[in-house]
Design a protein around this ligand. Structure first.
Ligand code: ADP
Length: 404
C-alpha cells in the first residue's frame, strides 16, 4: 500500500510517501520555520533523494502540504502523477485526549472529535486538523487515518494519570496525564520483545525515548502503566529546551518576581530551559558533550542532571512494574550516544542492568536493533531504532486494509 505520512508540527511539516509492503520510502519532505518569511520546504524523491528547496514565505502548514501535493503530481521524478495513486494518508496527531484510545479512520464523527482535542495541544493539533481538511477536499476518496501520540498511554490506571489537584479540574477540563511518544514506546517495547524472543504480554519493559523531547514509559505486559510526560509534553525528563518536571511554585514565583506573563513563562519552560538553559550553549546533546569534554563545567553539569533524571525515572518504573525484563533506548540520544548510555547504566548495575561496554560502543551496527547488556545481565538493555514514519504508515495500512 502506498501511504502518505503527514506529521504536522507547530512550525514544521514532515512527510513521506511510503510503500508499506517493502517499507520503501518514495518521497521525503521537510518544511521548517513555517509561518515565517524564512519558511522553506525540502522535497526529495527515491532513489537518490536529491533535495529541491522551495521557499514558502508566510504559508501555513496546510498550505505547505497543498504545495507538496502539487509537487507530487507535477514533478517528473515523482512516482505518482495523480493524487488517487496515493492509497491512504496516515496523520500523526499529538493529542487524542480521552476521545481516542487507538488509531482511527477519519470519518465525519472522528473529525468532529479531533476538533475537541485541539485545546489539549493548541500548537500542534490545529495545523494537523487543517491538513486533514485540506486533503479531504483534494483527495476525497483517499482514506485518512489519525495515529495518536497519546493513544498507547490510554491504558494508564487513574492512580497514574490523575493529578493530586481538586477533582473539579479533571471533571471540568479533563486535566490529567496523557503522555506522548506513544507510537515510539509501543514500537520500542515490541521490538525489544522480538530481540528477547518472547511475547510482549509476558514481559515488563521500560522504554526510554531520548531525543530532543524525551519520555520514559513503564510497559507492563504490553501495556503502558505510566509515562513521564503528562498533561502536555513539558512534564517529566529534562529535555533539549524543556525543563521537564520542576516545582510548580517556581512558575508563580518568577511571575511575581520578574513580572513574567503567561506567554513568557511558556517560552522559558518550553524553549529556553533543559539542556540549553543549563549549559547556556546548545540544546543539541552532541554540542554539549563536546563542550563538557573541552572542560566546560556547566555543560558537564547539564549532562549530569540529564543522566540523574533519566536514572530516577528508570528506577521509579522498576519499582511499579510487576517484573522488569528489559530497558530499551531509542531516538536520537538513546540510539546514538554510547557515552550517555554508559553514564546512565553506570548507576543502574545494582538493579541488574549491566551494560557490555564493547557492545555499547559498537558503531558498525548503528541502525540495527540490538542487545547491549552482558549475557548474564538479569535485565537486558536494548537499542531500538525509531522510525516514526514507517510505524504510522503500517498502522494506516492495517486500519485501511480492514476497511476492505
Ligand atoms: P526529535 O525529538 O526532534 O525527533 P531526535 O530523536 O532526532 O529528536 O534526537 C535529537 C537529539 O539526539 C539531539 O539532542 C542530538 O544532539 C542527539 N543526538 C543525535 N546523535 C547523537 C550522538 N551521536 N551523540 C549524542 N547525541 C546525539
Amino acid at each position: 500500500m502506498r501511504v502518505l505520512v503527514v506529521n504536522a508540527g507547530s512550525s514544521s511539516l514532515k512527510s513521506q510517501l511510503l510503500e508499506t509492503d517493502g517499507k520503501i520510502s518514495l518521497m521525503k519532505c521537510l518544511a521548517e520555520k513555517v509561518g515565517t518569511s524564512d519558511a522553506y520546504m525540502n522535497v526529495s524523491f527515491a532513489p537518490d533523494f536529491k533535495k529541491t528547496k522551495y521557499q514558502m514565505p508566510g504559508l501555513s502548514v496546510s498550505e505547505c502540504l497543498a504545495k507538496l501535493l502539487d509537487i507530487l503530481v507535477e514533478d517528473p521524478e515523482s512516482p505518482i502523477s495523480a493524487l488517487d495513486q496515493i492509497d491512504a494518508v496516515g496523520n500523526r496527531i499529538v493529542a487524542g485526549g480521552e476521545y481516542f484510545t487507538k488509531s482511527a479512520v477519519i470519518d465525519d464523527e472522528a473529525r468532529e472529535k479531533l476538533t475537541l482535542c485541539e485545546e489539549l495541544a493548541p500548537l500542534h493539533n490545529p495545523p494537523a486538523d487543517a491538513c486533514i481538511d485540506m486533503m479531504r477536499e483534494h483527495m476525497p476518496n483517499t482514506p485518512q487515518v489519525a495515529v495518536f501520540d497519546t493513544a498507547f498511554h490510554s491504558t494508564m490506571p487513574p492512580k497514574a494519570y490523575l493529578y493530586p489537584l481538586p477533582r473539579e479540574y479533571y471533571e471540568k477540563y479533563r486535566i490529567r496525564r496523557y503522555g506522548a511518544h506513544g507510537t515510539s514506546h509501543r514500537y520500542a517495547a515490541q521490538q525489544a520483545a522480538n530481540l528477547l524472543g518472547r511475547p510482549l504480554r509476558d514481559l515488563g519493559i521500560i522504554t526510554c525515548h531520548l531525543g530532543n523531547g524525551g519520555s520514559i514509559t513503564a510497559v507492563n505486559h504490553g501495556k503502558s502503566i505510566d509515562t513521564t510526560m503528562g498533561f502536555t509534553p513539558l512534564e517529566g525528563l529534562m529535555m533539549g529546551t524543556r525543563s521537564g518536571s520542576i516545582d510548580p511554585a517556581i512558575v508563580t514565583y518568577l511571575m511575581r518576581r520578574e513580572h513574567k506573563t503567561f506567554d513568557e513563562m511558556d517560552r522559558i519552560l518550553n524553549k529556553e530551559s533543559g539542556i540549553l538553559g543549563v549549559s547556556g550553549l546548545s540544546a543539541d546533546m552532541r554540542d554539549v558533550l563536546q563542550a563538557a569534554d573541552d572542560g566546560d563545567e556547566w555543560a558537564e553539569l547539564a549532562i549530569e542532571m540529564y543522566v540523574h533524571r533519566v536514572q530516577k525515572a528508570i528506577g521509579g518504573y522498576y519499582a511499579i512494574m510487576t517484573r522488569t525484563d528489559a530497558v530499551v533506548m531509542t531516538a536520537g540520544i538513546g540510539e546514538n550516544s554510547a557515552e550517555l548510555r554508559e553514564r546512565i547504566f553506570a548507576g543502574l548495575a545494582h538493579m541488574g542492568m549491566i551494560l557490555d561496554k564493547d557492545r555499547n560502543n559498537v558503531t558498525g551496527e548503528i541502525g540495527l536493533n540490538r542487545v547491549i547488556s552482558i549475557d548474564d545481565s538479569p535485565i537486558k538493555i536494548c537499542i531500538v531504532t525509531a522510525d516514526e514514519e514507517i510505524r504510522i504508515a503500517r498502522e494506516t495500512d492495517n486500519l485501511v486494509s480492514q476497511l476492505g
